[in-house]
Design a protein around this ligand. Structure first.
Ligand SMILES: C[S@@+](CC[C@H](N)C(=O)[O-])C[C@H]1O[C@@H](n2cnc3c(N)ncnc32)[C@H](O)[C@@H]1O
Length: 393
């Protein structure tokens, strides 16, 4: 029995809950992949046709699946999806599914869908939802399980563990982020960035990195990494960002994703703090973090000096007991320009920090965000640096 109500698609007597293609339809929709890619998976469910069965599956994924209803994609993305669906049905010469036509008309007339009636939709904002799970046999994507017994098992496990719990666990889970599609609104922190997901995979794969520790995140943005760090068992997480809007959005995303953890009465319930912090102002907090985290902070070379200084102060031995575990930072960077990364490393070493590039975390049960193309693309370089103070013994 699956962990969510297995919705029979009655029109065609099909139950897609075990279908790998339906899974891909769902995850591509949740990740806001191009509309035609989403439609493509619906077509595959009906042997290449966009007849009523395929449209029914598409409608179910877009408007009736419990996760889509809880975390709706933005209205502008729905517009693209519905337009692509109407065009495809017309091109294929099939009739339209009534429910899809209704959604389309409602969107055109009132600027909302049945899903948005349930929630207040902020213009330009919507959810992106990612699923993470362990790699099995070193295979990197659920797509590669095609045709194997393992695939259904894997899907079942993901569904059971992700969709029945609001929080997920360190190994299986769902991460839903409220993000803005409008790059002009707010800072870069109102979007998700692959380096944050990559570092999230890193800590979920090797939870010892953060378990029971006090973690300080610099430039936390929408909160993807902070959610992973909390699920991996951190004791105290201090989320910081220079942008107040991004920080508030991060707070809301954390509350959505780890609500059960935060409501728990257990003594292990983590403490979370939010602080507006510009790197230029340095770290003067009371807490001595044992782990400092940051993802995609190096997109502007101008920030390097202040970033290095704040790392120095956050990792400094000042006030720490000799018996404490050696504090370290993990900084993940999408390499857009080699020289920016080189300048950062050079500056950090000059200022007394030890920097090491760490490729992948220890532990054989690597956790990955499923079907996120950039994380699986060997040409897209995301490096993770482990940084320590040289002043500590
Ligand atoms: C590219 S985003 C990355 C966000 C997040 N770490 C992630 O991986 O999704 C960079 C973040 O750093 C923050 N930021 C940029 N410059 C900053 C500064 N000088 N001081 C503090 N935060 C800054 C931005 O507000 C933004 O949230």
């Amino acid at each position: 029995m699956l962990g969510y109500s297995p919705q029979k698609l009655l029109n065609c007597g099909q139950d897609y809950s075990n279908s790998r293609t339906f899974w891909l339809l769902l995850t591509s929709l949740w990740q806001n992949k191009p509309a035609l890619e989403v439609i493509q998976y619906a077509l595959l469910l009906e042997q290449g046709k966009f007849g009523l069965d395929a449209q029914e599956a598409f409608h179910f994924a877009c408007f009736r699946h419990e996760i889509t209803k809880k975390y709706p994609v933005s209205i502008s993305y729905y517009e693209r999806l519905l337009k692509a669906a109407m065009d495809t049905a017309e091109k294929h010469g099939h009739g339209y599914l009534d429910e899809l036509v209704e959604e389309y008309c409602q969107l055109k007339a009132k600027g909302q869908t049945s899903v948005h009636q349930l929630q207040e939709a902020r213009l330009g904002w919507g959810f992106k939802t990612f699923v993470y799970a362990p790699k099995v046999d070193g295979l990197s994507s659920i797509q590669e399980f095609s045709g194997r017994e393992l695939s259904l098992d894997f899907v079942r496990k993901c569904l059971k563990n992700s969709f029945t719990q609001a929080t997920g666990t360190a190994k299986f889970g769902l991460l839903s982020l409220h993000v803005s599609k409008n790059m002009l609104e707010g800072s870069t922190g109102c979007h998700e960035w692959e380096a944050g997901l990559k570092l999230g995979e890193f800590v979920l794969s090797d939870t010892n990195l953060v378990r029971e520790r006090c973690c300080l995140e610099l430039g936390c943005g929408a909160g993807a990494l902070a959610v992973c760090v909390l699920r991996a068992g951190a004791r105290h997480v201090i989320c910081t960002d220079g942008d107040a809007g991004a920080l508030e959005n991060c707070r809301q995303n954390i509350e959505r994703n780890v609500s059960e953890l935060l409501a728990s009465q257990a003594p292990t319930r983590p403490r979370i703090e939010y602080q507006q912090l510009r790197w230029e102002d340095g770290w003067h907090g009371d807490a001595s973090p044992s782990v400092v985290l940051g993802a995609d902070l190096l997109y502007d070379p101008g920030v390097i000096p202040s970033l290095v200084e704040i790392l120095r102060s956050a990792l400094s031995p000042k006030g720490r007991l000799a018996v404490e575990r050696r504090p370290f930072a993990l900084i993940a960077t999408t390499v857009r320009n080699d020289s920016t990364v080189e300048s950062f490393v050079t500056r950090a070493v000059q200022r007394g920090l030890r920097v090491e590039e760490v490729a992948s975390p220890a532990g054989k049960e690597d956790v990955e965000f499923v079907d996120v193309p950039m994380l699986q693309n060997p040409l897209a370089r995301i490096v993770v640096h482990r940084i320590e103070s040289q002043d500590l013994p």
